[in-house]
Design a protein around this ligand. Structure first.
Ligand code: TPP
Ligand code: SF4
Length: 271
């Protein structure tokens, strides 16, 4: 199957602005799926709301376009009902870690076998460039014209401490590395998080005078440090695989629990 075969071309042209990072994420993801040899019917993709979440419209998998911040909750239900399906949840930074932050930490804590992609453009793109919990101090946003004073989450550290068993970070500049990380995350049995530092030239770029999409991609290239090379300086961040661990996966544990309960005759009457 060629990459093109995974696309719903009938929904093209897509709605993303020229130079938006979300299309690069889509391209890398489809290459990962193709390299893994997965068929369309083996994959379910669940998204919330946001420019990033519109990605589900363009892939010819089983897809669910749900509520802002609730994609992981829906995906948890899908995965428990159909554990044999590869479950992928692409989210914007607002979707994943503002309104959806609670679902994010609990999915990680359970180590449910879902691949979560955080498409981090440091802004709420769809609603006009408000700051998100990943924007960082000092940035300009529609809701922070004098500079944002909210400290950002570190997605990698949050995912790690909540219990995710595969955690990686890359950028839209590093499209081939992104494909590799997606492949590893999808193959991983447990909650896998791939944060992709991305660009929203329309709002974040314009508000912060970062130039066009090409300039923003160069910025990502120049500020991304391979993991462990040196201490990140101002504006710099590390990319690579931060966590790769084996721990019991939630759906498998749940099935074992069901079997134990059945063997013991189920719950006592009236309990
Ligand atoms: C419950 C609810 N609250 C707020 C909104 C409005 N809303 C839609 S998308 C969005 C933010 C999207 O930002 P992000 O998740 O970072 O994705 P991006 O658009 O940047 O890709 C918001 C606040 C909504 N649709 N539903
Ligand atoms: S507003 Fe930003 S995030 Fe949304 S499509 Fe345009 S560039 Fe992409």
């Amino acid at each position: 199957m060629a990459v093109r075969d995974y696309l719903r071309t009938r929904f093209m042209p897509h709605l993303w602005c020229p130079g938006c990072g979300h299309g690069i994420v889509l391209g890398s993801l489809l290459r990962a799926v193709e390299a893994l040899g997965l068929s369309k019917s083996q994959i379910v993709m669940v998204s919330g709301i946001g420019c990033s979440s519109r990605i589900t419209g363009y892939v010819d998998f089983h897809t669910l376009h749900t509520l802002h911040g609730r994609a992981l909750a829906f995906a948890t239900g899908v995965k428990l009902a159909r554990p044999e399906l590869t479950t992928i949840v692409p989210m914007g930074d607002g979707d994943a870690l503002a309104i959806g932050g609670n679902h994010f930490i609990h999915a990680a804590r359970r180590n449910i076998d879902i691949t979560a992609i955080v498409m981090n453009n440091e802004t709420y793109g769809m609603t006009g460039g408000q700051f998100s919990p990943l924007s960082g101090c000092g940035v300009s946003a529609a809701t922070a014209p004098y500079g944002n004073i909210d400290r950002p989450f570190d997605t990698v550290e949050l995912a790690r401490s909540a219990g995710a068993t595969y955690v990686a970070r890359t950028t839209t500049w590093h499209a081939r590395q992104m494909t590799r990380f997606f492949q590893e995350a999808i193959r991983h049995k447990g909650f896998a998080v791939v944060e992709v530092m991305s660009q929203c030239p329309t709002y974040f770029g314009r508000a912060n005078r970062m130039g066009d999409a090409v300039e923003m991609l160069k910025y990502l290239k120049e500020h991304a440090l391979p993991l462990g090379r040196k201490e990140p300086g101002p504006g710099e961040f590390e990319i690579g695989v931060f966590v790769r661990e084996e721990r019991p996966e939630y759906c498998a544990e749940y099935r074992r629990l069901e079997e134990r309960a059945r063997a013991q005759g189920g719950p006592a009457e009236g309990s």
